[in-house]
Design a protein. Sequence first.
Length: 248
Amino acid sequence: MPNIHSSISFGLVNIPIIMNTIIRNNDTSFNQLHTKCQERISYVKYCPHCKVNLKEKDIIKGYEYEDDKYITFTKEELNKLKPEQDKEIEIVSFVPMSEVDPMYFEKSYILETEGKGKAYNLFCEALKESKLVAVAKTVIGTKFYYCILRFFEAKIIMTTLYFEEEIFISNSTSKANTSEEELNMAIKLIDNLKGKFEPEKYKDEYQDNIKKAIDDKIDGKKITKSKKKSKKQITDLMVALEKSLKKK
């Protein structure tokens, strides 16, 4: 959904913005073909009860509250349930970024100024100086979100958040006794692998292999599986740590 026009509601200040996604899907796109004739297949929405193909206008949404019992909603009814802040990003509080666990992060957008930009620039500077992020609520498409707004390179990045009830963490815990020597060895291994976060170096090896395979198949070459060096499994934790350090 490119170029969504919205605004940030900051107290009595209204900041017009344009919202764009910052994530580009890198996956190679495949079509589904019929094996026999190599033609693309189509998807048909079909009602098995009436034995007819359906058009979009013939379909409504239904919630199954008991087995085979539904209550239905039209688009108009669902639109009436949307929160009032449909067209704006309403700030509710400011918190330290360290308090927001990354497991809540869903999708990120860049919010750019629309208009003269004085209020936008002021908000950027305020976020930068306070070293806080804004917690806000908004609606994107038909879905309600809480989100955070943060300063990044003279821009505002908005990241939508998962709700608490959407995140499941098992209560089961694993308790195992480790020695001080094993812990020190593990910390040494961490120190040896310590580095900087450099995302430009992290390549999608699977997608690179697919793109190369496409070129190879166009040239009439066969697809071969790359050989992977087998790793010998070491069951003794201390021995495994020592060998890892020596290898590094």
